[in-house]
Design a protein around this ligand. Sequence first.
Ligand SMILES: Cc1cc2nc3c(=O)[nH]c(=O)nc-3n(C[C@H](O)[C@H](O)[C@H](O)COP(=O)(O)OP(=O)(O)OC[C@H]3O[C@@H](n4cnc5c(N)ncnc54)[C@H](O)[C@@H]3O)c2cc1C
Length: 369
Amino acid sequence: MIAGGGIAALEAALALSELAGARVSMTVLAPNDEFVYRPMTVREPFAYSAAARHPLASIVRDAGAGLVADELGWVEPGKQLVHTKGGMDLPYDALVLALGAKLRPRYAHAATIDDRRMDETLHGLVQDVEMGYVKTVAFVAPGRMAWPLPLYELALMTAGRAYDMNVNLEAAIVTPEDKPLAVFGQEVSDGVAALLAGKDITVITSGYAEVPAQGEVVVNPGERRLAPERVIALPELYGPSVRGLHVGEHGFIRVDKFCRVPNAGPVFAAGDAVDFPIKQGGVGAQQADVVAESIAQLAGVDIEPRAFNPVIHGVLLTDERPRYLAAKLTGGHGFVSQFSDTPIDGVTQKVAARYLAPYLETREGAVPA
Ligand SMILES: Cc1cc2nc3c(=O)[nH]c(=O)nc-3n(C[C@H](O)[C@H](O)[C@H](O)COP(=O)(O)OP(=O)(O)OC[C@H]3O[C@@H](n4cnc5c(N)ncnc54)[C@H](O)[C@@H]3O)c2cc1C
């Protein structure tokens, strides 16, 4: 049983289908009709084509799984049962929780990035910048932020659009990171800092922002004050708080290095729902692959599951060509950091998922890189 219909769930289904084939019978439990390629929604406010959307049922079918259109309500690990919000009791031999995170706005006086309505939230702002009505914009990441890449992408694309329209835009990024995109390590931070400097975007690092009123940003420590006409903010993320399981801080699901939920029997978790500080599609897909190997072993496949050891790949969209980023992590910080004009390790897709990325490329209406 795979609960969820996003990147981690579909990667788990495709991986398990590849590794275990007919040894497993899979059910995907998810309420969404469509799988939306979330990373490409950042382009929508700039009047580029919409992010790719695929019918969930057809991907699930291609993975050889059945689909139950409902939501997980709670789990009874002792009985190996999932209870759905719609009232069904579904038994499982192994359960994968890939429920994602909940987005919550941190600031009342900012426009919060929400990929479900990216165009609606930000198209007006982009138009106001193009027309020269708005000349100062702050892009703010709260302390417990979501994946930060879109904030940088939006800042770069907005600045690029202003330049194209001969508008003098003052843009600033305020972030608690100690360097731009610090999770990717030094080389990437240096590369991104140079890109931002080239677009005259000010970056305030190690900064904790408050937005006490419209057009007012206070950055601590130091109470530095900015007065942007508009503020764009990343959301904060909260875990799914699954009833029946012990969850960690802010509702995220605790897992061991094989992405198994401790003391819950054959229950695994992957993706943004997991208590791992980096909430990224590629990282979630790697967790899903780890889970698939463990479940394949439980199903009798001769395989030695590998522990979760994340490598992060990113594709940074700008107003010009994309940049390719990579890092291998230790304790949340990159130790091998790469910044390049060309794809690194052959990764061209925004979500570096071993099974899902090539699968999506071969589908009709392939996802553009
Ligand atoms: C604007 C933006 C840009 C991004 N850019 C990148 C990028 O360039 N590269 C990258 O790798 N990542 C990027 N990310 C992050 C990436 O999209 C997420 O990390 C990824 O989507 C997490 O996958 P997930 O499957 O864990 O969760 P989600 O994609 O959130 O999917 C969760 C799924 O669970 C389902 N669900 C929720 N509750 C229940 C329930 N109770 N029962 C059953 N199903 C349920 C939902 O319907 C959904 O199908 C970006 C995110 C955003 C918002």
